[in-house]
Design a protein around this ligand. Structure first.
Ligand code: FRU
Length: 495
């Protein structure tokens, strides 16, 4: 029994972490690639968004956090809140490794990914306790808070003490929601080379009944489904996953029917949620306006720039609203609140670009820029419109966004973007884009997010251009094209 003034192990680990963050954050702010209007940790390493929730009128974002170095380590949960999903206030670390089910001596351990719900007025978190070398390695745990800031791990932990039946590849990342009178939880796993979403049901939040495999890979969708999120959207359900070892995709979305009696999810339509290189561990929340909002880790495991030297690592994507279309597909749209960031405005209407003609603009300091471009091909079948973003004077450094009307292929090429990873995204747009296309681009100091045709496709990439690569150019090749551009410089949320 602890004396009333004695700190628990959990409180002590959190105190230490917060002290470190307060001391070290200032240094990390100097790093040249910090973003202007995206969420980032104050210092240290961040990966998955966790525990997204709209609680008592505010949005809460928790995240996989290692405050001590800018590389992955024993996981804590960082925490921030916001009234508009854009301007964030950092809060004290919410969870840290402290118990035998989430703390180890070495190797991987800690408070791994999970989710949040509101129950009996409290903010309740679910997470995976992971301890390499312990048997079992992964268990599901719970923590609660009355004020939404200070969290206590539940005495009933682990609330799910082992994975169901047979040998499994992973058992983690619980996402909890309420449907009717019951609580449900999906947990990411894999068996016999197939990724799976396991389903549990509960009346109490502390006792969970295993209902079975809600959905699994058909053999082509990876061997472990990290961070599953199963939620209603319109009159359907959506299952979003982060598949490990899937060919050609690091994120995947399925739209279908959920049967809560049998516990089975039947997909009817599938696609990538984002076509870029830096979109992982997406998680959604439902807000008081009824919007289903998704945020993902805007980075990727194995990226070239991960290093201890940078002082910080990891950013979140812009929040996007998910909408089910009448055709049963899902579009992702930048949330309306982002318009509040708009400052200096310009518009160039109906530019008729001749073959080879180049138009140039300067990017503001740090590249916080939103550009909406409407492209149309006129009579020239073979024309492409090419944007060089964050390009250097000699054009050697640039990120290219090109659309070819003839084959309806949109290409985002970051192989000459700067010091980060290279790679090309090549996306075929639908028939409806054969003569016109709309690109809505958000450029920040080290990121580029492109929403195509109001969210039909989204392409998210980190790019790391030098400080002098501050020109933005547009040109037509192979014929004439009509281009209308509207743009804004965007404000800095961290000032
Ligand atoms: C996904 C993930 C999760 C895990 C967490 C650990 O990026 O691997 O499956 O819970 O990160 O930090």
């Amino acid at each position: 029994m602890l004396a009333s003034n004695q700190k628990t192990e959990h409180e002590e680990v959190i105190r230490k972490a917060n002290e470190h963050i307060n001391e070290q954050s200032k240094g990390a702010q100097e790093e040249p690639f910090r973003l202007n209007y995206h969420f980032m940790p104050p210092v240290g390493w961040m990966n998955d968004p966790n525990g997204l929730i709209h609680f008592r009128g505010e949005y809460h974002l928790f995240y996989q956090y290692y405050p001590y170095k800018s590389i992955w380590g024993p996981m804590h949960w960082g925490h921030a809140k916001s009234k508009d999903l854009i301007h964030w206030t950092h809060l004290p670390v919410a969870l840290a490794p402290s118990e035998e089910y989430d703390k180890g001596e070495e190797g991987g351990y800690g408070v791994w990914s999970g989710s949040a719900v509101q129950a009996d007025g409290k903010l309740v978190l679910f997470y995976t306790g992971h301890v390499d070398g312990r048997a079992p390695v992964e268990v599901q745990c719970m923590a609660e808070s009355a004020d939404g800031v200070v969290f206590k791990k539940h005495p009933a932990n682990p609330v799910i003490g082992k994975a169901p039946d047979g040998a499994r590849f992973g058992f983690r990342d619980p996402k909890v929601w309420k449907q009717g009178d019951s609580w449900y939880m999906v947990v990411g796993s894999g068996q016999d080379g197939k990724g799976q979403a396991l389903l549990y049901r509960s009346a109490t939040l502390t006792e969970w009944e295993y209902m079975g495999v809600a959905a699994e890979s058909d053999g082509t969708k990876g061997d472990m489904w990290e961070c599953p999120d199963l939620f209603p959207l319109g009159d359907k359900h959506v299952l979003a996953i982060s598949p490990m070892n899937m060919n050609g995709a690091k994120n995947w979305l399925m739209v279908g029917e959920m049967d809560y009696e049998t516990g089975k999810f039947k997909p009817e339509y599938e696609a990538r949620l984002d076509e870029g290189f830096d979109f992982y561990a997406a998680q959604t929340l439902l807000d008081d306006k009824g919007r289903r909002i998704v945020i993902a880790w805007m980075d990727m495991w194995g990226s070239k720039l991960i290093s201890e030297e940078r002082g910080w690592y990891g950013a979140m994507t812009l929040p996007r609203e998910l909408v089910l279309t009448p055709q049963g597909t899902v579009v992702s749209r930048p949330i309306r609140e982002l318009e509040a960031l708009r400052e200096a405005h310009w518009i160039s209407e109906s530019l008729l670009l001749q073959d080879g003609e180049i138009r140039c603009w300067n990017q503001p300091d740090g590249n916080p820029l939103e550009i909406i471009a409407w492209l149309s091909k006129g009579d020239d079948e073979k024309v492409s419109v090419v944007f060089n973003l964050s390009s250097s004077e000699d054009d050697r450094e640039k990120t290219t966004v090109a659309y070819s009307f003839r084959d309806r292929i949109l290409t985002v090429d970051r192989s000459e973007s700067g010091i980060g990873d290279g790679g090309v995204n090549r996306i075929v747009l639908p028939e409806s884009s054969s003569s016109e296309v709309k690109l809505h681009m958000f450029l920040d100091r080290s990121s580029l997010e492109i929403f195509v045709n109001d969210g039909e496709k989204v392409i998210t990439n980190r790019i790391y251009p030098g400080d002098d690569s501050r020109t933005f150019k547009v040109t037509a090749t192979g014929g004439k094209a009509k281009v209308t551009l509207e743009g804004w410089e965007l404000g800095n949320i961290w000032n």
